[in-house]
Design a protein around this ligand. Sequence first.
Ligand code: ADP
Length: 397
Amino acid sequence: MNVLVINCGSSSLKFQLINSDTEAVLAKGLCERIGIEGSRIVYQPAGGEKETTESPMPSHTQAIQLVLDALVNEKSGVIGSLGEIGAVGHRLVHGGEKFASSTIITDEVIAAVESCNDLAPLHNPANLIGVRACQELMPGVPMVGVFDTAFHQTMPEKAYLYGLPYEYYEKYAVRRYGFHGTSHSYVSKRAAELVGKPYDSLKIIVCHLGNGASVCAVKDGKSVDTSMGLTPLEGLIMGTRSGDVDPGALELIAKKEGMSFEDIMTMVNKKSGVQGMSGISSDFRDLEDAADKGDQAGIRTLEAFNYRVAKYIGAYTAAMNGVDVICFTAGIGENGVSTRADICAYLGYLGVEIDGEANRVRGEEREISAPGSKVKVYCLPTNEELAIARETVALVK
Ligand code: ADP
């Protein structure tokens, strides 16, 4: 079956068409600047050239129409007709406490996702616009929602409650939810396969280090803790997000700078993280270049990033009373050779030993721990689209 995987944001939309039998990507691409002037679609068929076409997309429906047109296009299309799309898998960001797994999208499901909009006011409405546009253009094709939060619904109360008055949990569902669940689930399952032991017998820590970054503790096949919270702002230092910060620091800054709550939220989401700390860039390649040239801002920023990841690994080892496998994934986890080495240098007390030669890997699945290492460590590329396609097929078959 061919599954169209859609990741719809407020002004952009990423897509992949995946053959679920072979798990091959038939075509992929993205629509950018939807609803804004200068919108364009980037389309790439497997083994073919990337094509960029400027085309007006006043709404997401037009964007999806352009995606469908590209897929069946006589010249560079990869399917003969839309009838060859068996199902659509949608990435949905926040399922609150309502969704502990992926689900077939029905009117009730849409209403339940809408009721979680307060928890993700930017993401959920945009995701649902994508769902509705697909329903309009592909009536009768089954659609599945795969939630970023679902994998973490196994977290125990002691891990998800904040040290805040309990009434806010009861009244507004204010608690920790976690994100990147599709990636943490995919990577931890794959790690169990590589180790050759049952998934439900292992203690695995996944470090998803991309522009957004989170660590997850997976015990016996279940997420028991993760570093992001109610929103993706908590936890690690990220590209432009601050991660953990004392709210008192924000009060001080707001008073001194005359900033509103909104200004502060923009600052901690978009102007902080390694970008704000270094003043150089949110991209690790730029930071590494700067650090290599001896730039102090670059060096201290990378050190702070690595230290925070190492602290979370230590905390999650305590939470699980041990760790068997540590995985590095996403842009920085898969490519950051020195980032992985520097983080693992903190973990000698756990018996983590890295093989320097093996660690010189980028974007490829490989064990990077030394033969005698007590904990196995992997560079393990994530594949959220494939995970969404698998979930989709499992539900529609
Ligand atoms: P997201 O999906 O959250 O936008 P990605 O997982 O694509 O993020 O990761 C993007 C980040 O990966 C970039 O900002 C960059 O810092 C990092 N990255 C990509 N390639 C490399 C590389 N070769 N070396 C170090 N970091 C890299």
